[in-house]
Design a binder for this molecule. Structure first.
Ligand code: PGA
Length: 250
């Protein structure tokens, strides 16, 4: 049985005061049969460590550089994240791919570096509107999963998380339908079966992301191959975010 996971991606939002208010509210979430993760910007990770310690919420980063230390001005290593108590790291978000030119190869290095440091990667994959229109969704998603996880062992693959985030649904206010999301998440599970076998494909958690909110989250959670959600905009509204976690517990 896969444990549902609700993860929040704040993106480049939350100054010190806003982060404090949001983290304090999230600290009040009650334990249950689901996992709760927040990914604030780097600048709020120390606050997350202070304010979420001994709560049900775990915290992670939105990005990382795949080297332990050195002359990489402006970058943050998995080991630095680990020292701030991070247990998670988003890798290959479509905004990183599109705005910062991240390639499958770089994302694969990030996934492996995150795993080596003992953190859990959330590997994001998903097609653009144009790619969907051209019938390329399955091939894009398959390529991003296979390339992103190249060289990863079956044992590691079983404990990581994949988020299917169609680019056309991110920040759009209009999510994919639950059926559209389920179809692609089931392809991702099949892809994991081909690459790593039955046990891994049965264990790996697959999330849907893209305009998930308090009104539609339950539709996604009902689908057999969707194990939770990666939430952007709605994760900045504490009450709504916690209510989605409560939905996942139920
Ligand atoms: P959204 O973002 O929920 O604001 O659509 C999701 C994401 O980019 O992870």
């Amino acid at each position: 049985m896969r444990r549902p996971l609700i993860a929040g991606n704040w993106k480049m939002n939350g100054d010190r005061q806003e982060a404090e208010a949001l983290l304090k509210a999230i600290a009040g979430a009650e334990p249950g049969k689901a996992d709760l993760v927040v990914c604030p910007p780097f600048t709020a990770l120390a606050q997350a460590q202070d304010l979420l310690r001994d709560t049900v919420a775990q915290w992670g980063a939105q990005n990382v550089y795949p080297e332990p230390a050195g002359a990489y001005t402006g970058e943050i290593s998995p080991q630095m994240l680990q020292s701030l108590g991070c247990r998670w790291c988003i890798c290959g978000h479509s905004e990183r791919r599109q705005l910062f030119g991240e390639t499958d190869e770089l994302i694969n290095r990030k996934v492996k570096a995150v795993l080596d440091a003992g953190l859990t990667p959330i590997l994001c994959v998903g097609e653009s509107a144009e790619e969907r229109q051209n019938g390329q969704t399955a091939s894009i998603v398959q390529r991003e999963v296979e390339a992103g996880l190249s060289g990863v062992s079956a044992e590691e693959a079983a404990r990581l998380v994949i988020a299917y985030e169609p680019i056309w649904a991110i920040g759009a206010g209009q999510a994919a339908t639950a059926a559209e999301a389920e179809e692609v998440c089931s392809w991702i599970r099949e892809c994991m079966f081909r690459c790593f076998g039955t046990e891994v494909s049965g264990q790996v958690r697959i999330l849907y992301g893209g305009s998930v909110n308090g009104r539609n989250v339950s539709d996604f959670l009902k689908e057999p191959d969707i194990d939770g959600a990666l939430i952007g905009g709605a994760s900045l509204r504490a009450e709504e975010f916690i209510s989605m976690y409560n939905r996942a517990k139920a």
